[in-house]
Design a protein around this ligand. Structure first.
Ligand code: NAD
Ligand code: UD9
Length: 456
């Protein structure tokens, strides 16, 4: 970190007036530590470094910390991020370390954006606890702690604040705490963090909220919404995800009834959505990623109250890979073919187009089900890099045309799939789970989820 900076300062409870505090933040006099340099954390650290000129990134992975400290970008698929990391490391605005306590003792603003996953349908906050306790060990009076990781409601109040107080010996009110959720999508993180959506801040007290508003006023071009407290901000973030999971489940359930309705359900959805009080989402082979499939369990398993809607929506969405394979089986049987004897290819292991992420991915689930039921199964995905499921052979988009396919299942609408050489296949049944193709483009029997062609 540059030695030209004025005396480092804490913003929480500072005597200086707000313009002076804003100048201090923008001038590198408010050292920041960002804990977690992953898909969301590294872009966030970069934007903080652009705004403050004084960021130390912390990651437990020495390869990540070493790369970032050297100005290299270990995160793929984020336009502008490699250039930003290189530039900010070179000018001293961004450095990185694995030593969280050392970074915490130097910083006055602590931003935690480590993974919060789910295992056995329960939130796994172990990474959060480890990071927060390290922050606590290096915490000073006047510091501000900001949690950006998505967490169950009440986490800041019932877990983070006690962890910080236990490790630092300070009491809340001697330091600030706010929950400021990350509302960012992979693939456009810098754009989102810089201001695509309003930023939500919820402070444990008025001073925490004031400091969070001041900081994000220097980070984002978007409006900063201050809410009553951290729990309200935690609810804002989780509710966004719950809304999405439930509404995707509605679309999926309607799609599974298309055969009985005898209609193309997405056509009906599209027209139903032409009036402003309806926003039915798109049916598909399932719901993947590290957000939407997990957030419901931040409520279902954390609170006593009944959650039948959230649980049912999860069951509907988790059934969709099975439903997709059932529809494929039916489509083959309608043409006198037996799934057990066919060669199938799954197009798309990523959970959504263009993103190298297979967590909870429908394409992976479909490939696993086919591996158990079909003769031979290939997987084609030009974006993801991890291994396909057991029993599934990864084949490139260039090479797949040399394989005789009986069944093709499109589970992710990657842009590159527009060039799938359908004419190269003699007699393939195509099940398009993402409405990427129309019949003319494919030139083979085409089944689309929710098209009403099946028995259900
Ligand atoms: N990825 C998204 O699209 C997205 C969107 C919004 C919110 N979020 C939330 O952001 C948070 C981070 O997600 P992500 O996608 O960046 O995760 P990620 O898995 O891409 O990266 C996490 C990083 O944190 C590091 N890490 C783990 N434990 C650590 C610790 N104790 N201290 C320091 N570093 C640690 C890991 O080594 C890794 O580099 C999660 O809470 C997630 O719910 C993610
Ligand atoms: C800031 C932040 O946290 N943003 C999150 C991020 O979420 P995400 O990266 O997990 O992406 P999603 O788009 O939610 O997709 C999840 C899975 O659901 C499938 N899906 C989706 C829509 C649909 O109509 N039918 C579907 O079947 C899709 O294929 C995929 O598998 O972006 C969303 C805005 O895109 C936000 O709302 C969401 O908060």
């Amino acid at each position: 970190m540059s030695s030209q900076r004025s005396e480092p300062t804490g913003l929480y409870g500072a005597d200086a007036d707000e313009p002076a505090q804003r100048r201090a933040f923008a001038g590198g006099a408010v050292p920041v530590a960002v804990y977690g340099l992953g898909k969301m954390g590294l872009p966030l650290a970069a934007v903080y470094a652009e705004a403050s000129g004084a960021v130390t990134g912390v990651d437990i992975d020495p390869d990540v910390a070493e790369a970032v400290d050297a100005g290299e970008c270990p995160v793929e698929g984020e336009p502008g991020l490699p250039e930003a990391v290189e530039r900010l490391a070179a000018d001293g605005s961004l450095s990185a370390t694995t030593d969280a306590v050392d970074a915490a003792s130097e910083a006055s603003v602590h931003v935690v954006i480590v993974p919060t996953l789910v295992s056995d349908d329960r939130p796994d906050l172990s990474a959060l606890e480890a990071a927060v306790r390290s922050v606590g060990e290096g915490l000073d009076a006047g510091d501000t702690v900001i949690i950006e990781s998505t967490v169950p409601p009440r986490t800041c109040r019932d877990r983070v604040a006690p962890w910080l107080e236990a490790e630092s010996g300070l009491g809340l009110g001697e330091f600030g705490l706010a929950f400021c959720p990350e509302r960012t999508m992979s693939g456009r993180a810098l754009e989102d963090i810089r201001g695509a959506h309003p930023k939500v801040v919820g402070g444990a007290d008025d001073e925490s909220t004031r400091v969070a508003e001041l900081i994000y006023g220097g980070i984002t071009d978007a409006e900063v919404y201050a809410v009553s407290d951290p729990t309200t901000a935690e609810c804002v973030k989780v509710f966004e995800g719950l809304y999405r999971d439930v509404n995707i489940a509605l679309a999926n359930e309607l799609a599974t009834l298309a055969g009985e309705f005898g209609v193309d359900v997405p056509e009906a959805i599209e027209v139903a959505n032409t009036q402003p009080f309806c926003d039915i989402h798109d049916p598909g082979p399932g719901v993947g990623g590290h957000c939407i499939p997990y957030y419901p369990y931040f409520v279902i398993s954390e609170f006593e109250g009944a959650t039948p809607l959230l649980e049912t929506a999860r069951h509907v969405n988790e059934y969709m890979p099975e439903y997709t394979v059932e529809r494929a089986t039916e489509a083959l049987a309608d043409r006198g073919r037996d799934l057990a004897e066919v060669t199938a290819a799954v197009f798309g292991l990523a959970y959504r187009p263009g993103v190298d992420e297979t967590r909870a991915s429908p394409g992976v689930d479909v490939a696993e089900l086919l591996a158990d039921r079909a003769e031979t199964v290939y997987a084609v995905d030009p974006v993801t890099t991890d291994s396909p499921p057991a029993g599934v052979e990864r084949v490139s988009l260039d090479d797949i045309e040399a394989r005789e396919l009986d069944l093709a299942v499109v589970t992710t609408a990657h842009e590159a799939f527009e060039s799938i050489p359908w004419k190269a296949f003699d007699d393939v049944v195509v099940l398009d789970g993402r409405r990427q193709f129309d019949g003319d483009a494919v030139g083979h029997p085409l089944v689309r989820l929710g098209d009403g062609s099946g028995e259900n």
